[in-house]
Design a protein around this ligand. Structure first.
Ligand SMILES: C[S@@+](CC[C@H](N)C(=O)[O-])C[C@H]1O[C@@H](n2cnc3c(N)ncnc32)[C@H](O)[C@@H]1O
Length: 292
């Protein structure tokens, strides 16, 4: 068993607050894949298995993970002495000209750790940092080192999801977390995801539905329910989360962070009620499977 840690990144649409609910739902597996990794909060929250593959179309994000995996000390050195300030955030975002992959990772890491909500689409990526709510620069090295340890042996690619799904080994398990169907996701990510991409995803998953197991998370809508009417089960889930608004700290409001509820559909192509051996007890299993 290796360490369960938090994602090294703040990430828009990240599954940090749903990680317990999701990991409890995952069947036993030897090969784990996230075709839409983002901050990969589920990968970091579980133990690694024999094969692990993280993919995201965002090349800067994957480059940063590759540098963390292979050159953690160089990245730490490159970030050393940095302070979290609005000026440095603007500098890295608008002026800094990276020449190497290490430079690109330095920029991505700095901007991400000092961003509001982890929105990494540069047009909508705003400064957002608070000593109380964000990871302080003096803790970045420790974070980079523990992330690097967890990423050893992990395959990292920046491909379109179809290629990953096509190449997924037989009997692997895929945690699939695409951009939402009905939300304005264009502003969150560096690469847009169109309706046609959602249809492509459904089509390819249907094609390979007997080759591997998957858990797909989506915003609930009739279109998604129709697109996946062939799946084994759909569970409506909800969880609590809080947002510590870094911009509210200054005027002293919202000290504890606002509370929200996440709602999503979990779509699976396996009979989730038959996954009992993975769980400590049947009661846990049935609690997890309850419709929220
Ligand atoms: C909802 S986020 C994933 C969040 C992640 N589960 C987490 O916990 O942080 C969706 C991700 O899909 C990626 N993406 C968008 N289009 C893609 C494509 N065609 N192929 C692969 N990844 C894509 C985005 O860059 C984004 O990181």
């Amino acid at each position: 068993m290796d360490k369960e840690i938090n994602s090294p990144f703040r990430y828009a649409g990240g599954k940090f607050y749903a990680r317990k609910l999701i990991t409890e739902h995952i069947p036993n597996h030897n090969y784990y894949i996230e075709p839409f990794a983002g901050g990969a909060s589920i990968f970091f929250a579980k133990s690694r298995v024999s094969g692990n593959w993280l993919n995201d179309i965002d090349k800067d994000l994957i480059n940063c993970l590759v540098i963390i995996r292979d050159y953690p000390n160089e990245l730490i050195k490159s970030l050393s002495g940095e302070q979290a300030t609005k000026e440095r955030h603007a500098y890295y975002k608008n002026e800094y000209k990276p020449k190497t992959k290490l430079d690109r990772a330095t920029r991505w890491f700095y901007v991400n750790r000092t961003s509001y909500s982890g929105i990494m689409n540069m047009q909508n990526c705003y400064w957002g940092y608070g000593d109380k709510y964000s990871m302080r620069p003096e803790n970045w090295p420790r974070n980079i080192l523990r992330t690097s340890a967890k990423l050893q042996g992990v395959k990292l690619t920046s491909l379109d999801f179809e290629k990953v799904i096509e190449e997924a080994p037989k009997n692997s398990f895929l945690f699939i977390d695409p951009p939402y169907f009905n939300a304005d996701q264009e502003k969150f990510y560096a690469y847009s995801f169109k309706k046609d991409d959602h249809f492509r995803l459904s089509k390819i998953l249907k094609k390979y539905k007997d080759k591997f197991k998957f858990l797909l998370t989506y915003d609930d809508s009739q279109e998604i329910r129709d697109l996946y009417d062939w799946a084994n089960a759909m569970h409506k889930k909800q969880w609590n989360y809080t947002i510590n608004r870094t911009d509210d700290q200054k005027n002293g409001t919202n000290k504890k962070g606002a509370r929200y509820k996440g709602h999503e559909l979990f779509i699976v192509n396996y009979n989730s009620e038959k996954q009992a051996p993975l769980f400590d007890s049947q009661s846990t299993l049935y609690k997890v499977l309850e419709e929220a």
